[in-house]
Design a protein around this ligand. Sequence first.
Ligand code: ADP
Ligand code: MG
Length: 337
Amino acid sequence: MSLQSHFNTSGHAIVVRELVKTFGERRALDGISLEVRQGELFCLLGPNGGGKSTLFRVLATLLLPDSGTAEVAGHDVIAAAAEVRSRLGVVFQSPSLDGKLTILENLRCGGALYGLRGAVLESRITEATKALNLTDRLNDLVETLSGGLQRRAEIAKCLLIRPDVLLLDEPSTGLDPGARLDLWAALEQLRSEHGVTALCTTHLMEEAARADRVGIVSAGKLVALGTPEELTSAIGGDVISLGVSKETGADQLAATITAKTGIPATVVEGEVRIEHAEAYALASRLAGEFPKEITSLRIARPTLEDVFIARTGRLFADQDVETNDTAGKPAAKKKKR
Ligand code: ADP
Ligand code: MG
């Protein structure tokens, strides 16, 4: 059985071209282009304020872009918004189920709002709850369910219309690590058993690492796109991080290392950072040459965080500190340096 009812001709579930959206001085989307393939689990990874929800809202036909185009299931989000909405399942960041009702009651209400009735509605409920392994929880009150089960019930509600594409905005917000794994397993199962295409936004590296492909956004721009393996292997080796004595300072040690070895060393958050194919050999050489200057040494396989640092020169967590207008963003989200 496939939950998908339509296929568009381009083979792409989502096509985004040069999208721009500004809020006052701030370019929330600064010319983003990307494609999500049919049947793909695609993660849009970015720090707070990166532009993920803005893109999500444009794709969900809730926000008009200033310029550029976006297509969902072959339909333009502006010219054919109603068509797009009929093919989209949308899971918002904040929960949308009624806690005082059971899963079944929530799905019946949700289905009725989509215009589904009678036997069709009941069979869609059976189909969707089976797909999310909720069959034996149908009569549980939503408020008594774990966060992970509630999320799954929400996704089940979206599936009632047999959407071509699922959009999920930070679906694991507020979930504990176990529930996150559970949610992700459910998305993988929907993809592999039912061919569902999903675009999921997240600020969690570990989550994006499980996607088929990842688009990394920063300050409204797409800074990297590919499978997690493609992105991390492009780093070209392992990552050495050096703590540096106060007397020397990271900037000076980075400059000295680069001058002596010809290997680029950068400074990120007060540490010297070097990517190198033979990281162990290089690290032991550096430890021998700079025993006083180096106070700590770490070697790690590159992660998506390293991809982010390599592409933006900044730490992921610091991205919310922007130079332009930050109005509209809660102060608590900003990390001070
Ligand atoms: P993310 O979802 O990646 O955290 P958003 O798309 O919500 O990022 O926000 C991107 C930028 O656009 C942020 O700087 C945010 O402050 C700004 N922004 C988003 N929505 C609005 C709005 N309605 N009014 C003003 N600024 C906004
Ligand atoms: Mg957001």
